[in-house]
Each structure stands twice: as structure tokens, then as C-alpha cells.
Design a binder for this molecule. Structure first.
Ligand code: ZN
Length: 146
């Protein structure tokens, strides 16, 4: 979904709380959600930047790397992003200067004051995927006698 920031952008210091359930699926990225993604965000208009903090949670279907079975687990991602409407144009024009650090990527707010929340959620959930996906059965092998 598109998040409309028109009100937030009106005055520096404005804040907004967002709670949404996104019906999204990112199967092509190996992220098969089996429930809506619950998103809770706090946004602050910090002048040239909009700061976003929050969480995204969903149930996802993964394939166990040990036994090969599909299993469903909950996945939670911490979201901490920075957005700006005033990024210098690509190619080095005369934009308002913003300190850009490699590890601190600033995303662009579109000209119509919206940002693509689905894309934010997609990127953060993918980052939160475990490197090794192990199902509960393999994590806790039954220790019965025999
Ligand atoms: Zn397994």
C-alpha cells in the first residue's frame, strides 16, 4: 500500500502512528506469508528527514534445510528507516544537501507525498529471515527411548 504523508510533512515535529495489516506475499523472494503482515510504525517529521521506527510481523512458510519439510514460523522484523522528499537528484544537481552514509540509506518520498510501505516491509522481512531455516522437529528431536 501507499502511505500518505501529506499531514506529517506539513510541519516539522509532526508525528504519526500507523497500524496496518498488509495482505502481501513475496513468494518470488522466498517469503511466503501465510497471514497478513502486521505493521506498527511511528513516524516523526524531523525536518528534511522523516524517521520511521517500528515492527513488521507475519507468519511465513519456510522449507526446513535439514529435513526438507515445509513449516510455518513467525517472523518479526525491526524497521528503522529514513525517508526524505529532498534527496539530491541523481547525477549531482543542486539539491538540498543531506549527509548520506552507506549504511544509512535514505529512501525517497514521492512527489505526491507517498511512500511504498509494501517495499519497506518486503526488504525488512527478507533481512529478518534466518540464514538457516530449521523446523521445530529438527530443533527439538524427540528424546524418547529407542
Ligand atoms: Zn526439519
Amino acid at each position: 500500500m501507499k502511505l500518505d504523508l501529506t499531514d506529517l510533512l506539513r510541519n516539522p515535529g509532526n508525528e504519526a502512528d500507523i497500524a496496518e495489516e498488509l495482505k502481501v506475499n513475496f513468494a518470488e523472494d522466498g517469503l511466503k506469508t501465510t497471514s497478513p503482515v502486521r505493521v506498527k510504525l511511528h513516524l516523526v517529521n524531523a525536518g528534511p528527514l522523516v524517521l520511521m521506527d517500528g515492527t513488521a510481523e507475519s507468519n511465513v512458510e519456510l522449507k526446513c534445510s535439514r529435513c526438507g519439510n515445509d513449516f510455518i514460523t513467525s517472523l518479526a522484523a525491526d524497521i528503522s528507516e529514513e525517508y526524505s522528499k529532498f534527496l539530491p537528484p541523481a547525477g549531482g544537481g543542486k539539491g538540498q544537501e543531506i549527509e548520506l552514509r552507506d549504511e544509512d540509506f535514505v529512501y525517497r518520498i514521492e512527489a505526491d507525498n507517498t511512500l511504498d510501505l509494501n517495499e519497506t516491509v518486503r526488504q525488512n522481512l527478507i533481512l529478518a529471515l534466518p540464514l538457516q531455516t530449521i523446523c521445530e522437529d529438527c530443533k527439538n528431536p524427540s528424546t524418547g527411548s529407542g
